[in-house]
Design a protein around this ligand. Sequence first.
Ligand code: CP
Length: 308
Amino acid sequence: MRHLMSPLDFTVEELDHLLDLATDIEKHREKYAHVCDGKKIATLFYEPSTRTRLSFETAMLNLGGSVIGFSSADSSSAAKGESVSDTIRMVSCYADICAMRHPKEGAPMVAASKSSIPVINAGDGGHQHPTQTITDLHTIRSLKGRLSDLTIGLCGDLKFGRTVHSLINALVRYEGISFVLISPEELRVPDYIREDVLQKNHVPFKEVVSLDEVMGELDLLYMTRVQRERFFNEEEYIRMKDSYILDAKKMSLAREDMLVLHPLPRVNEISVEVDDDPRAVYFRQVQYGVYARMALIIILLGLEDKVC
Ligand code: CP
């Protein structure tokens, strides 16, 4: 039995295989319509979500399976004090696989240690969000044709943004990747990402404050929201929240083939006027996320031999 806590739980070859499967699912949906007949996914979301929870549920329904779960801690027995360890023991009796989001870093790992079904980390605090990374990799590979030889700008809240941490972890394993880390001083990537991931893997990167001055260098711009829920101080959040606003004027500085990704939800950091720019692919990214999660469910349940 396998769990998914971090993108590094899959080798590059395994990830390539997963993305190949996601591509085949996109092309041949009908082949996969009954792969999970009789199977259930439990979505245990202790923290708000729109895309991740609904895309896991959509993925399982598309595969012929069904869905149970809760969408807030308040509507579960966590509100009465039940531990994550006890909850996953119950859920292991009800479902075949589980996706868990939790505000505490490491909570899905605790669940995995007590679980008799595969557990997927659907976002743990400011730590990791591996299925967003699989979504991002699938989007990049589908639209750029490669996951190597790319200059990638990561912009916004690089301190608390778990999608950024997971994406950097995953991409340092590909050839010819360099990063431009664009953030206010206060929201720079954590030291462990800079030292243990980027420097240790000899990946070229630079840290800048100005988005304008680097726009023309980028193959991809990954925008992120300032993570209000991780700030201890509301005044600090208000001071930071509009640090970057990508608009049509800024887009005019970018290459014709630069792509804009965003894990969403968006607040103010991308002006709606950018949505109609063909380089803005963040809503397509959402669709790629369903195929990627379908592929992940099939692999973790060991059901590839059930594909017609
Ligand atoms: N990208 C993402 O995790 O979105 P949700 O918080 O809506 O799930």
